[in-house]
Write a protein of this length. Structure first.
Length: 305
């Protein structure tokens, strides 16, 4: 039977929750942190709404529930700065040994922090990041369990966006590691989770906890992004990293990125002309298309059955 870690000598963990125009499930996220079996945890909510907006007013109202809770800290931005800036602000305001992040519509499962801290504290200094097994949940669908379980030096996989860890809500990071990579790049509007994960795994090893730690609530995108611009920004920002790769690793990188691009055009954008052009231009191979669609289809069916 699992036991709750006692407060004696345990390291402080700060969980940063950035919030913007989405206060409806904020209390669920906060309460999931407060309910952790690991007791030495604080919550830092960073309100990234502009003042005098509905999002700010509703968030302030929600945060009144925690005004007398010393474990919950509430920070308001003077104006909307973006998710990366909100995460950095929350991390800078804390003094903990470990930093974790949680999106305002996701939720932790009770043993997440306990299992991750235990794993990292049992490993050497080169292990600075830990992620947990998690579930993705769409409304009215069955939760789908994550497949990832790799650990160690996964830098190339991270750079290639090959591993899906729900990093925006899943990672537990040693503070010194987070600070050594400069935190989040605040110029990133999207792909913040890939950005921070890539920088961390260029220097450190990542551990895995088989203990289910997270539920990621997946929603239909009301404000779809220009995926091509997002990928272009990512490649441009990490061009020096890509240039350092061997020829085979660089080929692996572009093969992985092109698989993601193909799936976006096929499934999300329904731009079949671009899919055909990628095949004609040999940006992606038929075998990669077949394996990609098979795995994505299998994940889709798991959510329906």
């Amino acid at each position: 039977m699992r036991k709750t870690i006692e407060n004696k000598c345990e390291s402080l963990v700060s969980v940063v929750i950035p919030t913007y125009k989405r206060p409806v499930a904020l209390d669920r996220a906060i309460n999931s942190v407060l309910a952790q079996t690991y007791s030495n945890v604080e919550v830092v909510v960073v309100d990234d709404n502009n003042p005098d907006t509905e999002g700010r007013l509703l968030t302030e109202e929600k945060m009144l529930l925690y005004k007398n809770n010393p474990r919950v800290h509430y920070i308001k931005h003077s104006h909307n700065k973006g998710g990366s800036a909100a995460r950095n602000m929350g991390a800078r305001s804390s003094k903990s040994t470990y930093i974790a992040f949680l999106d305002d519509d996701d939720e932790y499962l009770p043993y997440k922090i306990q299992s991750q801290v235990q794993i990292l504290e049992a490993k050497g200094a080169e292990w600075a990041v830990c992620y947990s097994r998690y579930y993705s949940k769409k409304e009215n669908e069955k939760p789908v369990e994550s497949r990832e379980h790799e650990e160690g030096y996964l830098y190339l996989e991270a750079l290639s966006q090959k591993i899906c860890l729900a990093a925006g809500s899943n990672l537990l990071i040693k503070r010194e590691a987070f600070e050594s990579v400069g935190g989040f790049d605040e110029s990133f509007i999207r792909n913040q989770d890939h950005e921070i994960l890539t920088k961390l795994l260029k220097r450190y090893m990542i551990a895995y906890s088989a203990e289910p730690g997270l539920i990621v609530h997946v929603h239909a995108c009301d404000n779809p992004t220009n995926y091509e611009l997002v990928i272009e920004k990512y490649i441009c920002s990490f061009q020096s990293y890509i240039d350092e790769l061997s020829d085979s690793d660089r080929a692996y990188f572009y093969r992985s990125i092109n698989k993601s691009r193909f799936y976006y055009f096929f499934r999300n954008n329904h731009n079949y002309k671009k899919c055909i052009n990628m095949l004609i231009n040999k940006d992606i191979r038929i075998v990669d298309v077949a394996s990609l669609l098979f795995l994505r289809g299998l994940t889709f069916l798991k959510g329906k059955l």
